[in-house]
Design a protein around this ligand. Structure first.
Ligand code: PMP
Length: 327
């Protein structure tokens, strides 16, 4: 779908996947106005197809657009575009019963040619789809993380709460640093004090203190510089359903380490659309390394994972009305 100032959204079309033409001075290439979303379509046991919290993705794209001075795509257009693409690619939606799904990537970028720095007057909204296999083909395994003290992902007043392409570009060097340290993922800290935990790679973080009936969850509050994940929000609700107390607050790396070493912290996991829930097994920084729990995925982590994937795959009751059938 194209957008032109004064004319609005126009020329929606579904076409076979192919390269697109872009003017060399298209403003996205110079000033980076580019935002995106990520969501999945799941085959249900009766053969139908459902999407998970699609309106929340539509709403987040609009929030990202406002932050980047871009036009907001109306929610109905977003939902219709996703549904049309799924219908066109229906054969690519994997069968029910497995871990696979169809991943959808809606994105919006500035196409207007021009070298002056200002919000563009022309944009394109595109949507591509790709089958996504199990994130963990050999079962869920805890990841190791590197605390990024040198680089930050987002600063107060910046673009961290938007799903903005530049946030990911800025994160690549820290990811490489994490890999050099032998870690799977990078954990971001707050930009001001480099003390408080924000998020992990493309996922939000949860901490489980205590075990059994004493278990309680802590997740970093939405500081303005971390992405409000839809999985994070869903898990806050599901934890409430399960009677698990949840605190949204700041959590420091010192608290993380002390609680892990005393055994009070029993589990840590990260969550997002791609991997759903990933346990975190060990943490490394310039101050050394520590482990969480016994190196196996924890009970709370796996129970929340089963509930969420059950709802998405139609094997658990969708009591919050999160699933939408293809309209
Ligand atoms: N943080 C970042 C930086 C991300 O890219 C993502 C993935 N969209 C998330 C968190 C998790 O968000 P969601 O649960 O909506 O996929």
């Amino acid at each position: 779908i194209s957008y032109t100032d004064g004319r609005g959204w126009h020329d929606a079309v579904v076409t076979p996947y192919a390269p697109i033409e872009l003017d060399p001075s298209a403003m996205v290439l110079h000033y980076g106005q580019a935002i995106f979303e990520g969501l999945k379509a799941y085959r249900q046991p009766d053969g139908s197809i459902g999407t998970f919290r699609i309106e929340a993705n539509a709403e987040r794209l609009r929030t990202s657009a406002r932050r980047l001075a871009m036009p907001e795509l109306p929610t109905e257009l977003f939902v219709e575009s996703v549904n049309q693409l799924i219908r066109a690619d229906e054969a690519w939606v994997p069968d029910a019963g497995g871990e696979d799904a169809l991943y959808l990537r809606p994105f919006l970028f500035a196409t207007e040619p021009g070298l002056g720095v200002r919000p563009a007057a022309e944009y394109r909204y595109l949507l591509i789809a790709s089958p996504a296999g199990a994130y963990f083909p050999r079962g869920v395994k805890p990841v190791s993380v590197w605390l990024s003290e040198e680089y930050v992902r987002a600063a107060p007043g910046g673009t961290g709460a938007a799903k903005f392409a530049g946030n990911y570009a800025a994160s690549l060097l820290a990811q490489a640093q994490a890999a050099d340290q032998g870690c799977d993922q990078v954990v971001w800290l707050d930009a001001t004090e480099r003390t408080y935990v924000e998020e992990m790679g493309g996922m939000n973080l949860f901490f489980v203190f205590g075990t059994g009936p004493d278990a309680r969850l802590v997740t970093p509050s939405l500081s303005g510089s971390l992405l409000p994940g839809i999985t994070r929000d869903s898990l806050l609700t599901l934890a409430g359903d399960a009677g698990l107390p949840v605190e949204e607050r700041r959590i420091s790396t010192a608290e993380w380490r002390t609680a892990a070493e005393s055994g009070e912290l029993s589990e840590v996991f990260a969550c997002g659309t791609a991997a759903v829930i990933t346990p975190v097994g060990s943490v490394k920084s310039t101050a050394g390394e520590f482990v969480i729990g016994d190196g196996e995925p924890g009970e709370v982590t796996m129970a929340l994972r089963d509930t969420l994937t059950g709802i998405q795959r139609g094997t658990f009751a969708d009591t919050h009305g999160w699933m939408s059938p293809l309209g």
